[in-house]
Design a protein around this ligand. Structure first.
Ligand SMILES: Cc1cc2nc3c(=O)[nH]c(=O)nc-3n(C[C@H](O)[C@H](O)[C@H](O)COP(=O)(O)OP(=O)(O)OC[C@H]3O[C@@H](n4cnc5c(N)ncnc54)[C@H](O)[C@@H]3O)c2cc1C
Length: 266
């Protein structure tokens, strides 16, 4: 493997029996797409053409309002103290898959207290939502990533459904001046998943269920790019559990001989 030092000048060659990618759903896909070889002209692990595809970012929005408080009332509690999973799986939600709602950012105003509920759900995995390489290059001369993302119509319906439940909740809590605040999640999100989706079929996925590239024996992906579906909760614990699972599987395997065939990265 050839890699560039952070100073951007020094190139190194490193040989290893196993390579682990954990650069996040955008950068892992970018790294694979930029890593071409004679036997992988479209990027390592990309014989299916799916590296970068299925980018998912979670759908989200805020519903907020104001609740009157008596003079001298103590300030609001700490951030995010209440969460509901009542609408995680629900027959009335389009597709029946919802997400969580949680209280976020209480702010004390002059005439009352702002109560804000964050609704969060997994977005529909769509092949055309993807990471691809840009014509533009970064300061090291490496092609940058471009993110293509359009909201699926079903996600718009699901967001409206969850926002309505949050609105009902705030009404019941005697909150007034209720309004929806978009998060513009489709323009960029803190939750990135799905660009090297795992699965049993090499034509439909980039990695095996154990995170190994279908095309290559000794490269594993352990970050959120593995997720075929983003899920409707914050992802870090699942990412960590998955990485641990893959690491345990790897360490239980007998050490492979130094790879010398086209199915291995050297
Ligand atoms: C402000 C904020 C708040 C969040 N809050 C929560 C939360 O409360 N709960 C929750 O579950 N999730 C939260 N998230 C989301 C969570 O942080 C991410 O989903 C998670 O960190 C993704 O893990 P990852 O391993 O896929 O990638 P990352 O954590 O992004 O790790 C990738 C690493 O690879 C490095 N890297 C990238 N490219 C290269 C390269 N070419 N060479 C070498 N290294 C490289 C990066 O520097 C980084 O260290 C939050 C995110 C943000 C931004």
């Amino acid at each position: 493997m050839e890699w560039l030092d952070a100073d951007g000048k020094t190139r190194h060659l490193t040989q290893a029996r196993q390579f682990i990618l954990a650069a996040n759903a955008v950068q892992t896909a970018r790294l694979l797409l930029n890593s071409t070889a004679k036997w992988a002209p479209d990027g390592i692990g990309n014989s299916s053409g799916l590296v970068g595809a299925g980018l998912s970012v979670k759908l989200s929005g805020y519903v907020s309002g104001v609740r009157a408080v008596s003079k001298g009332a103590p300030p609001g509690g700490p951030h995010s103290t209440v969460a509901f999973s009542d609408y995680y799986l629900h027959p009335d939600i389009p597709g029946q898959l919802g997400g969580i709602m949680y209280q976020a950012n209480p702010v004390v105003d002059d005439d009352g207290r702002t109560v804000r509920v964050h609704v969060l759900a997994g977005d529909q995995p769509v092949e055309r939502n993807r990471v691809r390489l840009a014509h533009q290059r970064d300061t090291w001369g490496i092609p940058k990533a471009v993110l293509d993302y359009r909201i699926h119509p079903r996600d718009g319906d699901r967001l409206r459904f969850l926002a309505q439940q949050a609105t009902n909740l705030l009404h019941a809590a005697k909150v007034s001046r209720i309004r929806f605040e978009p998060t513009e999640f489709h323009r960029g999100s803190r939750h990135l998943h799905g660009t090297c989706r795992s699965g049993p079929d090499p034509k439909e996925s980039v990695t095996t269920p154990d995170g190994r590239l279908h095309d290559v024996e000794n490269v594993h992906v352990v970050d959120a790019s593995l997720f075929p579906f983003a899920g409707g909760v914050n992802p870090v614990l699942t990412i960590q559990a998955n990485a641990l699972r893959i690491a345990r599987n790897l360490s239980a395997r007998p050490a492979a001989a130094r790879p010398a065939d086209p199915n291995c990265v050297d």
